[in-house]
Design a protein around this ligand. Structure first.
Ligand SMILES: *[C@@H]1O[C@H](CO)[C@@H](O)[C@H](O)[C@H]1NC(C)=O
Ligand SMILES: *[C@@H]1O[C@H](CO)[C@@H](O)[C@H](O)[C@H]1NC(C)=O
Length: 504
């Protein structure tokens, strides 16, 4: 209310004709940016209910105490919408770094990734934080970011003068991102909420369809994450629901409390709550530090590793969490055959609460049911939806470049075309067959693997054959299987005319 009063006084003094501060029903980013600019400190800029504003560059707060909201503060589909226009250079919709007490309330933000495309290196839909205190995002919908997060509160970078007291409440976030990489190798996953500020509150949000972390806590000492619902996408794998795995603030999670959140795995979450420097895909040499509290959370459905801790010290309390609703057995919804043997062991035991005892030091209060991993379990992101035992390609249906990921991803086995022109089959991570004919000078962009329309499988450098099965004119189907002989070529009658026991 203070902001509204201040704004109307300022407006009345400077621009009497606009004293009514009418809501915005049309326009673009300039309409909103001009209102923030002219309104100054405390300006409240409101969209009209049902307004849809398309933007081609970002909207930026310009002073402390400003607000962007919908008139009347509706909470449903009548909230004003801001959407990135196709062809736009924007990834962030609203930028509010380094201004105190700004508020984003009761609006809908659509990064429009389906229409405007993935933005490699792009930022979050909402970018706030920095050298600030008192920022609020409430009753906001944020979905389809072109960049890496639906909502990012960044730290200041100065631990002596940190970002403080961000309030992120009652928002509906997602979907955020997709799984895997695009044809150019760009990561497509995105976070729901990425919090890098101290003494902050993330409460009552619904995060539906994050594909990286649902709520990522970057240290954020003193922060509370409570009463949120985090649901994995029905279509895409999510890496984790709540992450406590990053080393900001010198690795400190002191006073962080994660309570009464509800995590639901649909297609798949790899991790429910991941805790520690060695739980994610990277391994920081130093453990992360508490004391932190994880209590009263409920985890259900398709979650491979509901709570896992490795790489932690200085205090952890994990009590009163409910994991009985996690789907059992895990092999009914996930495959861990590409994980390390220690991770496979806890997966095969259907363990829901996992720790590596040497990797958790200092005071600890762990609820009953924690299973000790038999080795240093690092990287819990290794599970996937169930994998097949074989895959077939028709003649003409496989043409790939090197280092484009496995062309066959099977239970226990992958087959891939490497950057040295080698076709390699790996079982549990160890090579079991290779085509050879490697190029010591590397591919320099000139390599290709083809199972071509004549039925020949071969590798090529600048168009010249390097290795081939010599099955042109006879081959119809190529089958990759997770047992020897790994690759077969069959003719039209189904007879095997080549396999890896026949070198060429
Ligand atoms: C945190 O910010 C909110 C406004 O978002 C304010 O009401 C509250 O008093 C602040 N708390 C502290 C401790 O500064
Ligand atoms: C587990 O492995 C990680 C990565 O190699 C290492 O940093 C960490 O120190 C290991 N943990 C223990 C307790 O040895």
């Amino acid at each position: 209310m203070k902001g509204i009063l201040k704004n109307s006084l300022l407006t009345a003094a400077a621009l009497p004709a606009l004293a009514s501060a009418a809501c915005i029903s049309s326009g673009d980013q300039n309409t909103i940016n001009n209102a923030l600019q002219s309104g100054g400190n405390g300006a409240v800029v409101q969209l009209c209910a049902n307004a849809v504003i398309q933007i081609s560059s970002q909207i930026s707060f310009t002073a402390d105490n400003q607000e962007i909201s919908t008139e009347g503060y509706p909470t449903g589909s009548t909230r004003g919408t801001i959407q990135v226009a196709p062809g736009s250079s924007a990834s962030t919709l609203i930028y509010g770094k380094n201004f105190n007490n700004i508020r984003i309330k009761n609006i809908q933000l659509d990064g429009n990734r389906p229409g405007a495309g993935l933005f490699p290196g792009g930022a979050a839909n909402i970018e706030i934080g920095g050298f600030t205190t008192g920022q609020t995002v409430s009753n906001v919908a944020s979905k389809n970011p072109r960049g890496w997060s639906c909502l990012h509160a960044i730290g200041s970078g100065d631990d002596n003068n940190p970002c403080k007291n961000v309030t992120i409440i009652n928002n509906d976030i997602g979907p955020c991102g997709q799984s895997g990489t695009d044809a150019n190798g760009n990561a497509q996953w995105a976070d729901g909420v990425s919090l890098d500020c101290t003494n902050s509150l993330v409460q009552g949000n619904t995060i539906n369809g994050p594909t990286d972390g649902g709520i990522v806590i970057f240290g954020s000492p003193g922060s509370t994450v409570t009463g949120n619902t985090i649901i994995s996408s029905p279509d895409y794998v999510g890496f984790g629901a709540i992450n406590m795995v990053d080393p900001e603030y010198g690795g400190s999670y002191a006073g962080v409390s994660v309570t009464n959140n509800n995590i639901q795995g649909q297609k798949l979450f790899n991790l429910g709550i991941g805790i520690g420097a060695n739980a994610w895909s990277f391994n920081d040499p130093s453990p992360l530090k508490g004391p932190a509290t994880i209590t009263g959370n409920t985890i259900t459905g398709h979650v491979s590793f509901p709570i896992a801790i490795n790489g932690w010290t200085n205090g952890i309390t994990i009590t009163g969490n409910t994991v009985s609703g996690v789907t059992n057995p895990k092999s009914s919804f996930a495959d861990a055959s590409h994980c390390s043997s220690a991770v496979q062991s806890v997966f095969n035991q259907n363990a829901n609460l996992i720790y590596y005892p040497p990797g958790v030091t200092g005071p600890q209060n762990l609820q009953s049911g924690f299973v000790a991993a038999p080795g240093n379990v690092t990287n819990f992101l290794c599970s996937s939806p169930p994998l097949p035992n074989s895959v077939s390609f028709n003649a003409g249906s496989l043409t790939i470049g090197p280092d484009t990921g496995p062309f066959a991803d099977l239970h226990g086995v992958i087959a891939q075309y490497q950057g040295d022109n080698n076709v390699v089959v790996l079982q549990n991570g160890s090579p079991v067959w290779a085509s050879g004919h490697t190029l010591s000078q590397g591919c320099n962009g000139g390599c290709q693997l083809r199972f071509d329309s004549s039925g020949n499988l071969g590798t090529y450098f600048n168009g010249a054959v390097q290795w081939s099965t010599n099955t042109g004119g006879r081959g119809k189907t190529m089958v990759v299987i997770n047992t020897a002989p790994w690759i077969q070529i069959k003719d039209g009658s189904g007879a095997v005319i080549w396999d890896t026991t026949k070198s060429t």
